[in-house]
Design a protein around this ligand. Structure first.
Ligand code: SF4
Ligand code: MG
Length: 308
């Protein structure tokens, strides 16, 4: 898919040229049934844009998002053919402050005219995410961030989606409860067999949870591989620099240098390889020619001109 946003007219008296930002550039991804795909990148890389596109909050400028139902998937009585749901980064901000928990969780069931006992289903969802029954009467302001995020997860699960986009779902939470909520995501995946696109900039979290990992840089996927392969044999210079920058990946530092400098603006991205201004290995070819993704080993793709 590709995704451009129109920024409108800028400049003196608003008479400048129209500016467009290319948030996603020729991104191609497949997520398997029951798979957890980690999506990693710095802020501004396009991760959230891709997540919002997948759940239909944005329409792609080019390309398409397709859902292929799995014939053998166990489908409960609450499944609605919706494709994907999303869990947002900021749990309190994504919940209506005036609604009570039971109404927040019931909303997708009502909107999609789910044909069953809504109160019973809300109770079941609250149990599934570890919320005590008396929380049904609370409002978002009467809960901690972790509890609010459990409500957001219950809402996302209500219609038994095939795929849940998790957009930095633990990064706004207290460090002390991040592990609990991460475990909840793992348990839910095991119980329901759904897939996740798990968006994060936290490499240790992604390493722990994901089956495969995709690395994004300035609107492009630059590397994708099985998790153990990606962390033990990263091929792309950007991935190597990210791993070297991750404070909690002590054993994985290998001999790479941390990533330096800032991610450039997507309004006017560098030519050729987008990473070339920050890449210690850049050559003239990198400054002019866009690297295509190449298979460095089975299932491991890297978009770099050099042979690693
Ligand atoms: Fe670095 Fe060139 Fe590879 Fe881009 S294509 S990551 S600039 S070596
Ligand atoms: Mg984001």
């Amino acid at each position: 898919v590709g995704m451009s946003f129109d920024l409108g007219r800028r400049g003196f008296l608003g008479l400048g040229p129209r500016r467009r930002v290319r948030a996603l550039d020729d991104v191609s991804l497949e997520i398997g049934h029951g798979e957890i795909l980690g999506l990693v990148g710095e802020s501004g890389s396009g991760k959230s844009t891709l997540g919002r596109l997948i759940v239909g909050l944005y329409r792609p400028s080019e390309g398409q998002i397709r859902f292929a139902r799995q014939a053998t998937r166990h489908e409960g009585p609450h499944a609605v053919d919706l494709g994907a749901q999303i869990v947002f980064q900021n749990p309190s901000g994504s919940l209506n402050p005036r609604q009570r928990v039971r109404d927040i969780i019931a909303e997708p069931l009502i909107v999609h005219k789910a044909d069953h006992d809504i109160a019973a289903r809300v109770g079941e969802l609250m149990r599934q995410v570890g919320l005590p029954p008396d929380f049904a009467e609370r409002r978002p302001s009467e809960m901690s961030g972790g509890q609010a995020q459990r409500v957001g997860i219950a809402r996302a699960l209500a219609l038994e989606p095939e795929l849940i986009v998790c957009d930095e779902p633990i990064s706004a939470l207290d460090v002390s409860i991040q592990a609990q909520v991460l475990n909840l995501f793992a348990d839910i995946q095991e119980q329901t067999g759904c897939s996740y696109l798990f968006i994060s900039h936290d490499l240790p979290v992604v390493e722990r949870l994901s089956h495969r990992v995709a690395i994004m840089y300035l609107g492009r996927i630059v590397e994708i591989a099985a998790t153990s392969e990606l962390f033990s044999r990263p091929a792309h210079p950007y991935t190597r620099a990210l791993i070297a920058s991750a404070p909690r990946l002590e054993a994985k530092k290998l001999s790479f240098r941390p990533v330096e400098g800032e991610i450039p603006s997507p309004i006017d991205p560098p030519r050729g390889c987008h990473f070339h201004p920050r890449c210690p290995l850049a050559t003239d070819r990198c400054r002019s020619e866009r690297p295509e993704a190449r298979e460095v080993s089975p299932g491991h793709l890297s978009a770099c001109h050099l042979d690693m």
